[in-house]
Design a protein around this ligand. Structure first.
Ligand code: PLP
Length: 242
């Protein structure tokens, strides 16, 4: 029998995950949200397999990745952890859509018709429908991906028609704001659109907003899935990747 020694990295991730889930629970109570109604997606982009394995050992199952090749490599490398739920949350180039359709369980960043159509066409028949969120641009910046709120209804109608996609909700990455009230103000129209949408379709249950820096505002605004990277895995070192 061997004695397993947890690395420092693994211990830290375990402590961080526990801290994040306590924080989420406290915020659910503070903002009169049902306890357990906000899921934590662990955003593991740029982090090594050992970090994901540590989070998995601590009970985390939903992981979010931003870069297609990295996501697919991790999907294959961790295939033995067969109950991981893989979420793709990054920008999608159309020539990479097949890799996503063949591996991921969720895509949060569906932001145009061409991508939605390709993901549905390329989803293998032996896999369940791909869960998708439509990414909405709520900051009005030209550079940010996502449909505008005025384009949302058309995109919803399109995704609803595609046989191998299952529309689950909306996602947004707002521009950073100075304070809680400003963060909530930016989320407000999105939150309203989500409430309307979820009334029309019982499968629509996911509002993917909130990152390490704005959990209170996101949870007050109705988030059902926060995407947390830094607060779980620590700062990202992009220089190591390039
Ligand atoms: C990186 C990333 C996150 C996590 O950000 P943190 O600030 O590290 O929590 C969440 N969502 C998206 C789309 C991201 O790219």
């Amino acid at each position: 029998m061997s004695i397993e020694v947890e690395s420092n990295e693994a211990q830290e991730i375990k402590v961080n995950l526990a801290r994040v889930s306590r924080k989420v629970e406290q915020l659910e109570q503070q903002y009169q949200r049902k306890v357990g109604s906000v899921r934590v997606l662990a955003v593991s982009k740029t982090k090594p397999l050992s970090a994901l394995e540590a989070a998995y050992s601590a009970g985390q199952r939903a992981f979010g990745e931003n870069y297609v090749q990295e996501a697919v490599d991790k999907y294959h490398a961790l295939a033995h952890l067969s109950d991981i739920e893989w979420h793709f949350i990054g920008p999608i180039q159309s020539n990479k859509s097949r890799l996503i359709a063949e591996t991921m369980h969720w895509v949060h960043s569906v932001d145009r018709e061409k991508i939605a159509r390709r993901l549905s066409e390329q989803r293998p028949d032996d896999l369940p429908a791909l869960n998708v969120c439509i990414q909405v641009n709520i900051s009005g910046e030209d550079t940010k991906a996502g449909v505008t709120l005025s384009e949302l209804n058309d995109m919803v109608a399109l995704v609803a028609e595609l046989p191998n996609l299952r529309l689950r909700g909306l996602m947004a990455i707002p521009a950073p704001q100075d304070n809680h009230d400003a963060q909530c103000a930016v989320y407000e129209p999105l939150a309203q659109a989500f409430v309307e949408l979820s009334k029309s379709d019982s499968m629509i249950d996911t509002l993917s907003i909130g990152m390490s820096g704005d959990l209170p505002a996101a949870i007050e605004s109705g988030s059902t899935m926060v995407r947390v990277g830094t607060a779980i895995f620590g700062e990202r070192d992009y220089s190591a990747k390039a």
